[in-house]
Design a protein around this ligand. Structure first.
Ligand code: ATP
Ligand code: MG
Length: 583
């Protein structure tokens, strides 16, 4: 891929002093040094809710806003750190009075309501484990995840309970109690009104003793490549959340931070709840779904300074005919970060043109618990690159050998498995009920991520594709991302998903599914034009030989293009698990 570079002058970035000299920060970094950022429990343990909320509520930030909640219908609710401490204490008292104990799993199934955030902190204060579900899941994926994760409690709303839980209560015999956020009265002895219980609960709670290695969250993966996996995290993960909050999101006390991810996915908890609060930063929560104008209005009205979003949202903004800086005052915005999928260079450049700042890509997974590789505010951005590893993270491109050993690839530009040296604090501690799969992720002292990448001579990492999505054509290995990004440069193209289609002559043929921007017609002529465009950019060996127009590409509910579904549909194969498919 032809390489561009968005030059930055580190002198302009006094806000990120620790990262202006990346190499020395990297070399001198030790994870244990992060311990000094936390207070610890009076009993000596470590608890996420204490570090995120209570510590601030007991100090100078007590009256500072922790949460600004923007309801779907225009209403707003705000909570200071002191209020959040009291509300989450009440919630923890409710759990305690119902007999919920340390380590028990409490699920959440709610739209982005304040009670979801209060509940998250309350669950952790009680030493219980939070297991977030995405509120738009249908009954079956909910049941399956609750059964697999041994759900004992559930925080949800009346509507979601009636629609998705009540019809299958008999299949969840171990589920003891359901707390309804918006019910005035109890439904029965198991299904209770939360407001009624909160009203009676004390607003002081002694946080249950948790150790850094105690389980805090159970998160299910996005299901992009197959059956979602239950991923186990511990309280110590906040070491990573704090460090990435400082170095990648560049959080400073006066920032207003907005993460658009839903807490049903790991970005929505690690960065939509925990990281900003660890830094004592005001966190914006928008209940409503994507709406370009509303989004720009939020950025403007609440003076958002750091914005964390995803490629799918950026591509949607790019599709529209809105010139944000002409219509909105976004002068407070100083950093945009993106995660979840490869960010096409075109999207980074759109940021430079339309927001007057590049979109900064970063890479991580549910399994890594926090950001591992990133483009930093103070460093040059190479559009299309995921950036460089975090201080304290050893990332490499490796080759797995037949004898079970792993060799590091040091040659710039050579592709291999993206791997990490185990031991970072937010590393997953297991796949739920699947010890074997967990063990298999570690080979010869490396965690193998399942993604393929290469590293350039400057140490920047470039995403090639998921190991499962790689296309072998005429003896070449082709990463779908490169082909997708090349086609994205054509003005008619809004989104692309690329697969390998079995071909007797060349092994696999590169096929691209394309959705068009509004105003373009899916004609044969445009198809030929795109094939020609691809050839010119990529060369005949790599360019797609077949193009198919689709109005919308199949995506996970977190917005990732599901290439495995494009492939299954193309080949008439079973679709596999579609619980996370966007409907
Ligand atoms: P599943 O594991 O169930 O198939 P998933 O891998 O999509 O789902 P997540 O943990 O939510 O579940 O996503 C992590 C994956 O998302 C990464 O392994 C990578 O493939 C992709 N990803 C995340 N960020 C980036 C990025 N910046 N560039 C490229 N790919 C990314
Ligand atoms: Mg994965």
């Amino acid at each position: 891929m032809e390489e561009k570079r968005i030059k930055k002058n580190p002198a302009d970035f006094s806000v990120q002093p620790n990262m202006t000299d990346y190499e020395s920060t990297y070399d001198s970094f030790e994870w244990e040094s992060v311990a000094k950022e936390f207070e610890g429990l009076p009993s000596g343990g470590l608890n996420i809710a204490h570090e995120a909320i209570d510590r601030h509520a007991n100090g100078a930030l007590a009256e500072k806003l922790a949460l600004i909640w923007l309801g779907e219908n225009g209403e707003t609710r705000t909570y200071t750190f002191a209020q959040m401490k009291r509300e989450s204490a009440k919630f923890a008292n409710v759990l305690k009075s119902l007999g919920f104990e340390k380590g028990e799993r409490i699920y959440t199934l709610s739209t982005r309501l304040p009670e979801l955030y209060i509940g998250a902190m309350g669950i952790l204060k009680n030493g219980s484990v939070m297991c977030p579900l995405f509120s738009q899941f249908g009954p079956e994926p909910i049941l399956q995840r609750m059964q697999r994760g041994d759900a004992r409690g559930l925080l949800t709303t009346q509507r979601l309970y009636e629609k998705k839980i009540a019809p299958q209560m008999d299949k969840l015999p171990e589920l003891r109690t359901i707390l309804l956020i918006d019910a005035e009265e109890d439904v029965n002895e198991k299904v209770l009104s939360l407001p009624r219980l909160m009203e009676k609960a004390s607003d002081s709670f002694e946080i249950v003793h948790t150790e850094p290695e105690d389980m805090s969250l159970l998160h299910f993966t996005s299901g992009t490549t197959g059956m979602p996996k239950g991923v186990i995290h511990v309280h110590k993960a906040i070491y990573t959340h704090w460090v990435t909050g400082a170095y990648v999101l560049d959080l400073h006390r006066n920032d207003i931070f907005w993460c658009t991810a839903d807490p049903g996915w790991v970005t929505g908890t690690s960065y939509g709840i925990i990281a900003p609060w660890l830094h004592g930063v005001t966190n914006i929560v928008n209940e409503a779904e994507f709406d370009a104008e509303r989004w720009y209005e939020i950025l403007q009205k609440y003076k958002v300074s750091v914005w964390y979003t995803a490629p799918t949202a950026i591509r949607r903004l790019m599709r529209l005919d809105i010139d944000p800086l002409k219509s909105y005052d976004l002068s407070s915005l100083r950093l945009v970060q993106s995660v979840g999928e490869p960010l096409n260079p075109e999207a980074v450049v759109w940021g430079v043109e339309k927001l007057k700042m590049p979109i900064h890509d970063n890479w991580w997974q549910t399994e890594t618990g926090g950001i591992m590789i990133a483009n930093y505010l103070c460093q040059d951005v190479k559009p299309g690159s995921m950036g460089r590893p975090l201080p304290g993270i050893v990332a490499a491109v490796v080759q797995q050998n037949e004898d079970g050993t792993v060799t590091e690839i040091t040659e710039p530009g050579k592709e291999g498995d993206l791997a990490l040296k185990p031991g970072w604090p937010s590393m997953f501690r297991g796949y739920l009920h699947n010890e074997e799969k967990y063990k298999k992720s570690f080979v010869d002292g490396w965690y193998i991520s399942g993604d393929l990448a290469y590293r350039d001579a400057d140490g920047y990492f470039w995403f090639v594709g998921r190991a499962d999505d790689i296309i072998k054509t005429s003896g070449h290995m082709v990463g779908p991302f490169e082909v997708e990004s090349a086609l994205m440069e054509h003005p008619a193209v809004a989104e692309v998903g690329v697969i390998g289609k079995p071909d007797p002559l060349i092994g696999q043929m590169v096929k691209a599914f394309v959705s068009l921007k509004s105003g373009y017609e899916p004609t044969e002529k445009l198809k030929r034009e795109l094939i020609g465009f691809g050839r010119k950019k990529l060369g005949a060996a790599v360019a797609p030989k077949e193009i198919e127009f689709q109005e919308n590409l199949p995506k996970t509910r977190s917005g990732k293009i599901m290439r495995r579904l494009l492939k299954a549909r193309e080949l008439g194969l079973p679709e596999g698990d579609t619980s996370t498919l966007e409907k």
